[in-house]
Design a protein around this ligand. Structure first.
Ligand code: NAD
Ligand code: UD1
Length: 337
């Protein structure tokens, strides 16, 4: 299959491109390099022996994006491109709605015009909001999103569901990711946050590398195993493999389908911190501080639908997630350049 991958030089996109190539597919990447580096292509080539075709194009540029559709016929699209910083989305909602909604609409217009009938979309567990109790099940539908980033994910799910209702040949697989972490075993690709990280694992990695002094643990008074927040961390290579399975599913089904992609297990902040300490062989200093506004106590998936529909199960545990994440961040402390 030839697959158009928007955001394919990013964290999850690059790992997915590797798994697509490993599975015998051809990946064509569109990315404007807003949050990734061109040298990711060298790394993908080093891992797979294949250099994917790359278009440095902003999906907001309709004419530029149309050239990508004119260059080839595509069997499917995996749509990763978007902004993802929750706090920034609260401060700059228009920027988020513009990029994550208008950009997606351009893509969906062109998919329709050029007859691409299979779309896999990067959604997030954030669409459950704080209305439900873990484990989160797809049948819960949507909660009340707590920030514009989350709302852009919810809107994309709705838009694709409406498109699949109107076009009975369309298949839209809406993957709700839980917390992707870790990196490829080669240590060549991984997560490169811009500036001071907002998310837990990139922050811990910088403390382990000596680039930040200590981790602030946001609250130890939640109703959880040790009072700190519990999340469903999933190895990014497992998540990437889920996309290959989702494409296989989309080949044989039509309509819109929401599917959780998580492990079904939750780990607290302190449990993750200790797993990372074991992986890097160093103590990670931390301080307990106030809760972060908008955080919930516990978030983990019911992963049974992914198993049933996609035949997908995770392979890697929290130890390997931390080992692989540490290998990448210690070998690339300043990112991929
Ligand atoms: P990332 O920032 O590493 O990758 C996104 C890529 O999209 C980047 O390479 C960026 O340059 C590109 N991009 C952004 N706007 C673009 C535009 N207008 N035109 C072209 N390219 C553009 O992020 P990621 O962690 O790989 O996430 C991929 C997708 O998964 C995003 O949609 C994100 O919201 C979603 N998601 C991520 C997580 C997570 O924890 N990382 C969780 C749930 C959902
Ligand atoms: C966040 C987003 C979510 C997004 C996901 C991946 C919020 C409310 N949610 O999820 O929409 O899909 O990132 O980008 O922002 N923590 C600390 N110290 C830190 C950082 C985090 O204690 O410096 C704790 C948090 O309180 C939480 C856990 O670590 O309990 C995980 O946090 P994080 O990695 O930011 O992910 P989420 O909040 O689950």
């Amino acid at each position: 299959m030839r697959v158009l991958v928007t955001g394919g030089t990013g964290f999850i996109g690059s790992h997915t491109v590797v798994e697509l190539i490993n599975a015998g597919h051809e990946a064509v990447i569109v990315d404007n390099l807003y949050n990734s580096d061109i040298h990711v292509l060298d790394r993908i080539e080093k891992i797979t022996g294949v250099r994917p075709e790359f278009f440095e194009t902003d999906i907001l540029d309709f004419e530029g994006l149309e050239k990508v559709f004119q260059a080839h016929e595509y069997d499917a699209i995996i749509h990763f491109a978007g902004y993802k910083a929750v706090g920034e989305s609260v401060a700059k909602p228009l920027v988020y709605y513009e990029n994550n909604i208008s950009g997606s609409l351009n893509l969906y217009h062109l998919a329709a015009k050029y007859n691409v009938k299979r779309i896999v979309f990067s959604s997030s567990a954030t669409v459950y909001g704080d209305d439900f109790e873990a484990p989160f099940k797809e049948e819960y539908g949507y909660g009340t999103t707590t920030n514009p980033y989350g709302t852009t994910k919810l809107f994309n799910e709705r838009i694709l569901t409406d498109l699949a209702f109107a076009d009975k040949e369309l298949s839209a697989v809406l993957l709700r990711y839980f917390n992707p972490i870790g990196a490829h075993k080669s240590g060549l690709i991984g997560e490169v946050p811009n500036g001071i990280p907002n998310n837990l694992l990139p922050y811990i990695a910088k403390v382990a590398n000596g680039q930040l002094p200590y981790l602030s643990v946001f609250g130890d008074d939640y109703d959880t195993v040790d009072g700190t927040g519990v999340r469903d961390y999933i190895h990014v290579v497992d998540l990437a493999r889920a996309h290959v399975k989702a494409l296989d599913y989309a080949m044989n089904h039509t309509g819109a389908e929401v599917i959780n992609i998580g492990t079904g297990k939750g780990y607290s902040v302190l449990q993750v911190l200790h797993a990372y300490e074991k992986a890097c062989g160093k103590e990670i200093p931390y301080k307990i501080v106030a809760r972060r506004p908008g955080d919930i106590a516990t978030c983990y998936a019911d992963p049974s639908k992914a198993k049933k529909l996609l035949g997908f199960e995770t392979q890697y545990d929290i130890e390997e997630m931390c080992e692989d994440g540490y290998r990448f961040s210690s070998q690339n402390p300043d990112g991929i350049k």
